[in-house]
Design a protein around this ligand. Structure first.
Ligand code: IGP
Length: 268
């Protein structure tokens, strides 16, 4: 890959800006504001994570994701509410719902449906780069939003974080390397996710978590994200004192996603 080759992340973000400008023609940020109370009150996402850990369990964010750019379709039999109910039974702390349509075959409606069918807090998983999308997340009932440092400069990260917080949502700030971790730590936020997948190349290595773990002050929660597939992966993360996880693929490929969750994490 040369310096000028557009990375996967860059392609996704270019498309996001197009999507946002199209959506703005139909619905304004003001329109979203009218909807803010529809799904109130927000469910404490960070609180649910903390409670699991305080009770001596792993805190698992279980992801509802039909497809990904690197793996294609992960699950043919995709019924969002069924998956969410299965996760709730299996002991998930929180749910993650992909809303990106073009690359992950997600939808905002999945988040709405899921939040109506379970009691768990839900994060809107998307590539959020504009205040419009934060307002949209609030309007569809998201309890938390993902902010990806690789997609934002420091000023934008700070602004979107402030906006989400003002709306009463929690934030998961995602990083992949030391420089991004430094940016993330400039923001006063509890949940810091380390994505083991490089969003430019989509290569995955759990070593990313191991390398960045010591940078996080103990008053924050470290969430390891992506590439957790086997009991050995879980054991390796626990050896490094990581007890919060974000898992998608391993669950989505299982017939009963929640049973797979209980099998991978239940022993603890
Ligand atoms: O399916 P996996 O490898 O268990 O990964 C889940 C989650 O971490 C991954 O979907 C993810 C992490 N950060 C993202 C940002 C955008 C889209 C997706 C993601």
């Amino acid at each position: 890959m040369t310096k000028d080759t557009p990375t996967i992340l860059k392609k996704i973000i270019d498309r996001k800006f197009e999507e946002i400008s199209q959506r703005k023609k139909n619905i304004s940020e003001r329109d979203f504001e009218q909807e803010f109370d529809r799904y109130a009150p927000p469910r404490g996402f960070a609180e649910a994570m903390k409670n699991k850990v305080a009770a001596g369990h792993s805190a698992v964010i279980a992801e509802v994701k039909k497809a990904s750019p690197s793996k294609g379709v992960l699950r043919e039999n995709f019924v969002p509410q069924q998956i969410a109910e299965s996760y709730q039974k299996g002991g998930a702390a929180c749910l993650s719902v992909l809303t990106d349509r073009d690359f992950f075959q997600g939808h905002e409606d999945y988040l709405i449906q899921i939040r109506e069918s379970v009691e768990l807090p839900v994060i809107r998983k998307d590539f959020l780069v504009d205040s419009y999308q934060i307002a949209e997340a609030k309007a569809i009932g998201a309890d938390c939003v993902l902010l990806i440092v690789a997609a934002l400069d420091d000023a934008k990260l700070k602004d979107l974080h402030a906006q989400a917080t003002e709306y009463g949502m929690d934030v998961l700030i995602e990083v992949h390397d030391k420089a991004e971790m430094e940016s993330a730590l400039k923001v006063d936020n509890f949940l810091i996710g380390v994505n083991n997948r490089n969003l430019h190349t989509f290569d995955v290595s759990l070593q990313t978590t191991i390398d960045l773990k010591s940078m996080l002050p103990s008053d924050r929660m470290f969430v390891t994200e992506s590439g957790i597939i086997t009991p050995q992966d879980v054991a390796l993360m626990r050896q490094h004192d990581v007890n919060a996880f974000l898992v998608g693929e391993a669950f989505m490929r299982a017939d009963e996603p929640g049973e797979k969750l209980a099998e991978l994490f239940g022993a603890n």
